[in-house]
Ligand binder design. Structure first.
Ligand code: MG
Length: 235
């Protein structure tokens, strides 16, 4: 799979030196067995630094609490007398997060990608679905900057399970720990979460576009980076 590693430098350097640096990075990563290495570079106009495109997304989900179902939140099975009802494992937290990610990338929502009428998603782990959403973002050139989410449940106490939930989410999306935050709250006994009828979750995320770090080298540098004709050949 392709992993994007954004590197931002504000240092002004010449194009030949930039080419050399790109080649050096590519060789370094290849040396460490990272397979195919693509180095993309964003060139800013000298006096005007353009703002990076930041995209944000929001997600919201609710599932009903019923007996004889496992309670799974953030990929963690929590011992409790009831669980969430749904076509998949009904992981309300991951569903809200996936909707936020898809929303930020303008790729619709989880209903569009994983319809609950499709038998192949019956009982599926939402971690698998999150993995798929992560791959979709990469395919479309997006990198996740951060995710913040909240689970709204009267009971059980979720605090002991939160670090594991955040770790599962970060691991599935290939993120660092400090890019994912999960919180829990009650609604003070009010509404459907307060009465224990259901659990809801809200999530927000920000993405950056890989195209912000890219430039078409074929226009400015017809022979490609450090004499590599890769891009020129493709066009
Ligand atoms: Mg759902």
């Amino acid at each position: 799979s392709i992993r994007f590693i954004p590197v931002v430098s504000r240092v002004r350097i010449s194009l030949p030196l930039l080419s050399k640096l790109c080649k050096m990075f590519a060789e370094l990563f290849r040396y460490h067995n990272h397979g195919l290495v693509i180095v993309t570079v964003k060139v800013f106009k000298q006096s005007k630094v353009r703002r990076m495109t930041m995209r944000v997304g929001i997600g919201y989900d609710v599932h009903k609490l019923v007996e004889n179902r496992a309670l799974i939140l953030g990929g963690v099975e929590i011992p409790w007398e009831k669980g969430l009802l749904g076509h998949s494992d009904a992981d309300v937290l991951l569903h809200a997060i996936m909707d936020a990610l898809l929303g930020a990338a303008a790729l619709g929502d989880i209903g569009k990608h994983f319809p609950d009428t499709d038998p192949k998603y019956k009982g599926i782990s939402s971690i698998k679905l999150l993995e798929h959403v992560g791959a979709l973002l990469e395919e479309n050139g997006y990198a996740v900057e951060n995710i913040d989410a909240v689970v709204i449940a009267q009971r059980p106490k979720l605090l002991p399970y939160i670090p594991q939930m955040a770790e599962n989410i970060a691991k599935t999306l290939g993120l660092e720990k400090n890019q994912v935050n999960v919180k829990a709250t009650t609604e003070e006994g009010l509404g459907f979460t307060g009465s224990g009828e259901g659990i809801s979750s809200q999530a927000i995320c920000s993405l950056s576009s890989m195209y912000d770090y890219s430039v078409d080298m074929t226009k400015t540098h017809p022979t490609g980076c450090a004499g590599c004709k890769g891009c020129t050949n493709k066009n």
